[in-house]
Design a binder for this molecule. Structure first.
Ligand SMILES: *Cc1c(COP(=O)(O)O)cnc(C)c1O
Length: 383
């Protein structure tokens, strides 16, 4: 079976993990946790990076730090893996679902329209006209490494006191090449940004996450909340309810070894994207959607798009056919505004996302995939 996405463990992983075991530093203290944070901060250009047990936990704490409270609403995409939506709910808040643009990302034009027409600004906060609830944050998710266009939104959200918490779980390595944030990495634009190091992401720590921020106070508070909110570690004094969300040294050791290989992983990912997209460039039935031209993409995962005239069930039958040929593919996520726990939440003008997901399929994109495998996959798709 050609898998959808598996890790690439070809560097110092064994060596660093062995060091953890040999020195007894296996849990949530040790040199690799600090080193991983420092290296991620250096790489992304964020002033601080705080390691967490996973990306979902990083999002949960980041939303809390951004000021999201019980009863608030948070602007979020319907088209995303469900983790950031759950993280909103863990904070007692509700998502307001937005449509997708042609990069499968949250549609910036519609958010601006929503904020301008459907919210009012009063006493320093934005409120949803229809529910009366406060809108305290906005979560752009850079899906599959595609950078969300945030140039206008950053200003509007600042004027309206809506905190931006970026979900950069899938986009480590993606940088803007144009606009106000030229040369900045995804995850470093908002008040806080989150990365995931789950096994299927561009680099992995087995499991793990990172909170990025330039704010000293927020970084300190993130560290405090993710380690049980210790106000005096010796006397067990706690002034707040904390979490046990710290990454272990073993996981961080894996993460450090992986990060060393990120440049070569990015190169391999780019080649995989080029191979798929060159082939389908002149194909009338299928295409590989172009990533945004305002950013350098990490090409974490490749998407196959069927032309619109194909009937909706075609994607399902193609998936089954490829499965028979020993090729693992996956549909795009089911839209979150249709998921059972979130059906009663507001969704705003969702028109593009349903058709996008009905016509798209995630293709095998492992860093280790061979040229022959890609050729075989393409032949199976068109055959
Ligand atoms: C993977 C992922 C997460 C969650 O990360 P975990 O480390 O698995 O908790 C969050 N958001 C998106 C978009 C993801 O793809």
């Amino acid at each position: 079976m050609i898998p959808l996405s598996v890790p690439y463990l070809n560097g110092n992983e064994w060596k660093y993990i062995k060091e953890c075991l040999d020195t007894n530093w296996v849990s949530s203290a040790g040199r690799y946790v600090d080193l991983f944070e420092q290296k991620i901060a250096e790489y992304t250009g964020a002033k601080y990076a705080v390691a967490c047990v996973n990306g979902t936990a990083a999002l949960q704490v980041s939303l809390q730090l951004a000021g999201v409270q019980q009863g608030d609403e948070v602007i979020a995409p319907t088209l995303t893996f469900i983790a950031p939506i759950n993280a909103i709910a863990y904070n007692g808040a509700s998502p307001v679902f937005m449509d997708a643009d042609d990069f499968y990302n949250i549609d910036p034009v519609k958010i601006i329209r929503f904020i301008e027409n459907e919210t009012k600004f009063k006493d320093g906060f934005s409120y949803n006209k229809s529910s009366g609830n406060r809108i305290s944050a906005f979560v752009p998710v850079h899906v599959w490494g595609n950078a969300c266009w945030l140039d206008k939104l950053v200003n509007i959200c600042a004027e309206r006191n809506i905190a931006i918490v970026e979900d950069a779980s899938e986009s480590l390595g993606t940088r803007y090449t144009r606009g106000n944030f030229k040369d900045k990495h995804t995850g470093t634009i908002g008040k806080l940004g989150c990365i995931s190091f789950n096994g299927n992401k561009i680099i992995t720590a087995g499991g793990g996450g990172m909170i990025l921020t330039d704010d000293d106070e927020l970084a300190q508070k993130a560290r405090y909340l993710t380690t049980q909110a210790k106000d005096d570690p010796i006397k067990y004094l706690h002034h707040e309810i904390g979490y046990n969300f710290r990454l272990t040294n073993v996981q961080a050791a894996l993460g450090v070894a992986q990060l060393e290989q990120l440049p070569s992983i990015l190169e391999k990912k780019k080649n995989i994207y080029n191979a798929y997209s060159n082939f389908f460039k002149s194909n009338l039935e299928f295409s590989i959607p172009k990533p945004p031209d305002y950013a350098k993409n990490n090409h974490w995962l490749n998407i196959l798009k069927l032309n619109e005239y194909k009937f909706d069930e075609y994607i399902e039958s193609l998936m089954i056919k490829l499965e028979k040929d020993q090729i693992q593919t996956r549909p795009v996520w089911k839209l979150n505004h249709l998921q059972k726990p979130f059906q009663s939440c507001q969704s705003y003008s969702i028109e593009n996302a349903p058709s996008l997901i009905d016509h798209s399929l995630c293709l095998p994109s492992s860093t280790t995939i061979s040229k022959q495998n890609i050729k075989y996959i393409i032949e199976s798709i068109i055959g």
